[in-house]
Ligand binder design. Sequence first.
Ligand SMILES: Nc1ncnc2c1ncn2[C@@H]1O[C@H](COP(=O)(O)OP(=O)(O)OP(=O)(O)O)[C@@H](O)[C@H]1O
Length: 252
Amino acid sequence: MKELSVAYEGKTALQGLSTSLPSKGLTALIGPNGSGKSTFLKTLAGLLPYSGNLILQGRELRLWRRPDLGLKVGLQTQQATFTFPFSVCDVIAMGRLPHSRSFARPHGDDVFVLEAARAVDVEDLLLRPVTALSGGEGQRVMTALLLAQDPDLFLLDEPTSALDPRQALAILALLRRLAGRGKSVIAAVHDVNHALTWADSVMALKRGRLLFHGEASAVAGPLLEEVYDTPFEAYHSKGGQTLWRASSLSSP
Ligand SMILES: Nc1ncnc2c1ncn2[C@@H]1O[C@H](COP(=O)(O)OP(=O)(O)OP(=O)(O)O)[C@@H](O)[C@H]1O
């Protein structure tokens, strides 16, 4: 991407982003509230008009036909809000729509749906209406929909925000496996230690600008302090890995 900028009704949300995203691997997208993470992911998914250049697989993103883009890029948005009581099975199967020429579900798609449901631990919920799920269950169903879509570029906006610690780690491990299978995965996360532990690279946004894009191993306290405008202190995991926590500007 080169000089990528996005504005909402004239108000800039992303400004002059220039970088290259890897064709495979897990990238964590970090930044304070309002820094532009969701805007960036929606733009990559082709949902927002932009200025500058955004090249996907050799072609400017705005020139892609939507049905073709659906095979290449998938987005899990920040909130799973279900209005209609479709079954979990039917919602996950919606991920297969870009692969189909009609609304009829091809027979072989059941395998994708079942595998996706198993991968996020919702196979026991397949017949449940999505309007009758907990927040974390609903979030995992939306991850399953993305898995069923099976795009080249997976975009996930805070996919673990509603999950308990065990489920969150399971989803992070799943994203790593996708990256290991040659997919490009970009996930916005607020837990910087999740970013540093699980991702290959980190992109940090601040006020709509790209502050950093590099290897996760290069991220340390001073950068985090610059990104979040708050002090960070280091601590160590049992395995000896350096982790970071925001330390209060004033003690409790
Ligand atoms: N639909 C919209 N219309 C107008 N302004 C918007 C819209 N969506 C987002 N914004 C603004 O664009 C900026 C970036 O918002 P965005 O949602 O991308 O941030 P974010 O980094 O994802 O934040 P968070 O961590 O809180 O989810 C913010 O100033 C926000 O108020």
